[in-house]
Design a protein around this ligand. Structure first.
Ligand SMILES: [Cu+2]
Length: 140
């Protein structure tokens, strides 16, 4: 009698345990993939987590760094490390300049633009008006 009970409990444990094990395995795999991606993606400017809510503008950290100085002909790569969508769009929220526009960047997605001309380029996020940054291009 006792043996039968143990066998039944073991079978139930197996039935519950196997799917749980698969879930844990697949979760570990996903985490691994994200880690791998992060080491591959190299950005000059990062959109970090929680910038989709107002507040980052107070510490000038919506784009990190918010101001970057490069030489003429250099490129800048932005990486969206947030879990929300963002954009890198030239100009100001109420006045886009149409020099560059990343469109919506998915989490972990990046955008690169080569600056051929000297100048100061303001940019913003079309989804979050408080997100502002600047690229300063100097003579090489
Ligand atoms: Cu944004």
């Amino acid at each position: 009698m006792e043996k039968k009970r143990i066998i039944i409990i073991s079978i139930i444990a197996l039935i519950i345990g196997i799917p749980l094990g698969i879930v844990f395995l697949s979760q570990n795999t996903v985490v691994q993939d994200v880690d791998d991606q992060k080491t591959i993606l190299k950005g000059d400017v990062i959109m970090s987590t929680k910038v989709s809510r107002p507040g980052c503008e107070k510490t000038d950290s919506c784009y990190t760094p918010s101001k970057i100085v490069i030489k003429q002909g250099d490129s800048v790569t932005w990486v969206n490390e947030d879990v929300a969508f963002h954009s890198v769009t030239s100009g100001y929220y109420d006045e886009p300049s149409e020099i560059f526009d990343s469109d919506y960047l998915d989490p972990e997605e990046s955008f690169t633009f080569i600056f051929e001309n000297v100048g100061t380029y303001d940019y913003f996020c079309t989804l979050h008006p408080w997100m502002k940054g600047q690229v300063i291009v100097e003579l090489s």
